[in-house]
Design a protein around this ligand. Sequence first.
Ligand SMILES: [Zn+2]
Ligand SMILES: [Zn+2]
Length: 826
Amino acid sequence: MRLSRRHFLALTPFIAEARSGHTIVIAEEASASERRAARELQTFLQQMTQARLPVATARERVTGPMLLVGRSPEVDKLRLDIPWGSLGDEGFALKSAGDHLVIAGGRRRGTMYGVYEFLERLGCRWYTPDCSRIPKRASIALPHLDEIQKPAFEYRELFSTPSRNLDWAARNRVNGNFSALDGSAGGKITYFPFGHSFYELVPPARYFATHPEYFSFTAGERRVTRAQLCLTNSDVIRLGTEGVLHWMGEHPDADFISISQNDTEGWCECPNCRRVEQEEGSHAGPILRFVNAIASETSLHYPRRRLDTFAYSFSETPPARVRPLPNVNIRLAPIGNCQGHPYEQCARNRTFLERLKGWQRIAGHFYVWHYFTDFWQYQLPYPNLDELIADIPLYHRHGARGMFLQADISPGYPTEFAELKSYLLAKMLWNPRIDARATIREFLRAFYGAAAPAMSEYLELTHRQVRLPPAGKGKTLWTYKSFEMEPDFLPAARRIFDRAGKAAATPSEALRVDKARLSPEWVEVLDAKKMTLRGGVWGPADPQRFTRLFQSYMTKLRSFGIERLYETHDLAATEAEYARYARPYRAVTIENGQLRAVLIPDYLARVISLQHLGSGRETLRQTTPDERASNIEAMGGLILLAHQGYLTEERHDPTWIIDSSDGRHAITLQGATANGLEFQRRLELKGNCLHTTATVTNRGNATVKLALQSRLEFQPGLRDQPSVLYGFRRVNGATVEESLLPQRDLYFGIENHTGNERPNGEWTVWNPSAGIRVRNRFSLEQAHICRLWWRGRGENKVDLCLWSPDRQLEPGESLSLDADYDVEAL
Ligand SMILES: [Zn+2]
Ligand SMILES: [Zn+2]
């Protein structure tokens, strides 16, 4: 029931002129959170009115009216109609009884939430750990209350900085694993481990040498790099069960034990796992059967304990047959969705909606893991408010019982508008039916004060970039890609922030505006970082300007206590990465009348451009300034890399020097590494073909583990309208043709072609919109694995990767990998 104004007016004040006849009464056996609740009630009422109400236990003889906090004999004596049994841990009742008021609910956190609800009714707000509103009142009338509340979602987790503050988390009623909540605030919902736990359960270091069959069979072998477990292996099920029982014993308080896939691809392709996958029509099939097998065993020992697994990335599609057992919870984590538009309005999210409905049909209990920042760049503008406002209720309608909302939890609130979004989301997780727009307006007024109108205008500017026409430009917003900025965006943002800065009326308002301004300022830094080719140099257009902007930006970040811009890097690592890669490079160009190739010797000797001269079309994807060198294999272009083994991140990166440039159409390079590897590489244009050859020789004294990769990243076309197909004939005669971009079911794909399933010496990738085709020819003797790797969701990467066999290169031995790339305009 909502409280009407009439209720306030009708009643006599319970606090007036800094006095009150009321006593706050708690039970003798009140829980820790109920004691906290009574203290909080006392504190905030005093801050509001200067009246300090005494706190007594029910055993003490209290005369006069009471604020009864938590269930006690005194509450029971009132014989109110409170359905205690249905309130659970977190529900509460607010009930007037004559001059008394009862605020009581679940002992764990319910009573405490009831007190915060009451204080919010009186006008209190805790917007951020540093920004609250506690209104001053000369008098307060005790409203007539008669209501029951329970949270919409039982699990409410904000993986964002404010929830690291205990008071903020308790007062805004989030209860997740990473929040700072402890016993004093009724604890929280916990996981052990939190996720991606396959290798914690069956560690490769312990088992791979003796039992490779426990791990994924992928690309023709059992592997542990970028791999998973072989989930149909009975020993793996036994080890998994033992491991989970052990965890349950060691972590008696964990609400969930997570048995979940590693955060990479590499599912097992052994015949057994493949058969299950085919029966189930989904990679989730083998996973869920595995988790169920463990769950049926652990339920015999721990009938109340719950297991958890992911429906994420390759396992997002619900399985056709298997159903999660009652003690198995699913966390559905759509990382491949467009976050710019309410899911039901965005054609790009249709597949996901079907999956959501599918999980709703088969899972008795599931949570959703939803993303609300740009994961490559926390600071980039991320206009997802329309989406969040529509989709938190959508998840609730479709049966999700919990939400993990992920941005980041590092100090200084690096995520764009982390303060606003965290507050709004906390409120929506308790009750998705709140007036979200009003909540946003209220927050902006409280947090930015006189600058609120300008900040609201800025939010309009960013949201207009993604809103569907005619309200906006309809751009996409992916988890790893903010919207595509047009040249008019930055000047408009600057104008608004200039106004906001002038409008700010207090130092703290000015500081908050300045902090929000970090977001468009990062756009400016990235703009300056953009690599362009001019006069034989590839690099930022004005390297000194870029360095100046970048350094002053880092200084500003530190002044706000921000320690990271990305999930995996602190600021020092970011600075090292930018200093190493974002700089001017000497470029070497070769051309032959049909093609022009540009090579950057000091950038891993990458070919950054391969242009078809007749049409002027580019065949290679160009790197964008928001990309990061931690993913340097896939930053556009054509590259030769020497890994320490198939798919390993560890590489032997040589220093390259140009050996000779014979004429204008060929270049020979030599490379050397400290461990004695010597590289010979040649690129030559002949007709419409770029021939590449590479040989590496071990000139050192020790054996070196080595696998060569020749990798072309193809031209995807326009950012929001990519178009890439690929096809080939296999050695065994079968033909393959697939459309890769735009993404359809999955946001990524991987195909490892080995043996007779390899392309028969050539494979082709083409882009009908950009009008360009590349045929990659190679020797079956040299190319042991042909790996197709592609990614949608705005990253738009399609890579043809040729891999040599893994070799232990003895001193004096060599390994070669050649590749030809024929270019055609369509
Ligand atoms: Zn298997
Ligand atoms: Zn969309």
